[in-house]
Design a protein. Structure first.
Length: 351
């Protein structure tokens, strides 16, 4: 009975800490969807240059693109002639830091960690793109395939990726032409984006609460004495796991609440959304095994590096103790949690 009470309490803590920020982030993403033209990405990133890597990384951060629809978008960039590096940079920065994820990260970990996560994801994405283009200099000068001859093949691949990884409405490519509509903002925010993450977010909260409640805190605290080992263990969990940036937050929060270091949580948040089994298989299919090795290797190496720096320098900077501030949750926080739970259950039942 005591465990059930603690489990409920941990679910309550996780929900109240992030619900208002996720709902606000979804609305902002809906606004961005209305403002940003549908051909914006392809128009600005469909070039084989260093600047396209920078643009792909920076543009990918605020774009209202869910974790599944980034794959056909990346494929369309490849079709437009973007370099391997630019496409991979876009694949990294977009799912790691969306508008809703940035606000939810702030709600859990504060301003410093959120800023650190955004900056480090930019650096990792740019490095992957630069290394990939450096290793494929001949590909940049002389494309190995003729787009005109490969048109049918590319279209088939895009359809395959959309059908196999993106069955929700977040992968639609509706035009943004027309008058700004509040109704369309909320439709995209909740009937598209939230609908896509509802299931993974629900289980993210449940698994995070279960992890915090039942996993022996002494075990994880002792593991911190061997930080490198804890980093690799988190990385092994994160790499194949299909979880979007927002849904990964309650799991990462549970790591810290259970006694793991803030750096370990960072590694999970950095590597997880960009390297799941589906994305890795698509990267291998699009660019080959060597590119997949570069993609996974650079993300893994620098996620551990930035996680180590975070643990080394941020001991007195980051404060993470929800239980101290449970009494500070407002009626607005609780209302937002109720709304979000209701939406999660509604979309899960409808499916």
């Amino acid at each position: 009975m005591k465990f059930l009470e603690e489990l409920y309490q941990n679910i309550f803590i996780l929900l109240n800490a992030m619900s208002i920020y996720i709902l606000l982030g979804l609305i902002l993403a809906g606004i961005l969807k209305q403002i940003v033209p549908s051909n914006f990405v392809s128009k600005h990133l469909g070039k084989k240059s260093f600047s396209s890597i920078i643009k792909a990384t920076i543009f990918g951060i605020p774009l209202p693109v869910c974790s599944c629809s980034v794959i056909p978008l990346a494929k369309s960039l490849q079709k437009e002639g973007a370099s391997k590096g630019a496409v991979q940079s876009f694949l990294i920065s977009t799912p790691i830091t969306g508008v809703d994820s940035i606000l939810a990260t702030y709600s859990f970990f504060g301003f410093f960690f959120t800023l650190y996560r955004v900056i480090s994801s930019i650096i990792i994405a740019i490095l992957v793109g630069l290394i990939e283009n450096f290793l494929n200099r001949e590909d940049i000068k002389k494309p190995k395939f003729n787009l005109k001859n490969q048109k049918i093949k590319v279209n088939r691949e895009i359809n395959f990726i959309q059908n196999s990884t993106c069955k929700s409405s977040c992968c639609t490519t509706n035009s943004n032409k027309g008058i700004f509509s509040i109704a369309k903002v909320f439709d995209y925010a909740f009937n598209t984006l939230f609908k896509d993450i509802a299931k993974s977010l629900f289980f993210g909260v449940i698994f995070g609460a279960l992890f915090t409640t039942f996993l022996p805190k002494e075990l994880l605290s002792n593991l911190n004495e061997y930080k490198l080992l804890s980093y690799f263990l988190v990385l092994v969990i994160a790499l194949p796991l299909y979880v979007c940036a927002t849904s990964s937050l309650p799991i990462a929060a549970s790591f810290v609440l259970s006694g793991m270091s803030i750096g370990s949580a960072f590694i999970f948040l950095s590597a997880g959304p960009a390297t799941n089994s589906i994305t890795m298989s698509v990267v291998a299919q699009m660019f080959g095994k060597r590119s997949l090795f570069v993609y996974v290797g650079v993300i893994s190496l620098f996620s551990i590096f930035f996680g180590f720096l975070l643990d080394f320098f941020s001991v007195n900077i980051i404060s993470f103790d929800f239980k101290m501030h449970m009494q500070d949750y407002s009626i607005l926080d609780i209302t937002a949690s109720i709304i979000m739970v209701a939406l999660m259950l509604y979309y899960m039942i409808r499916r």
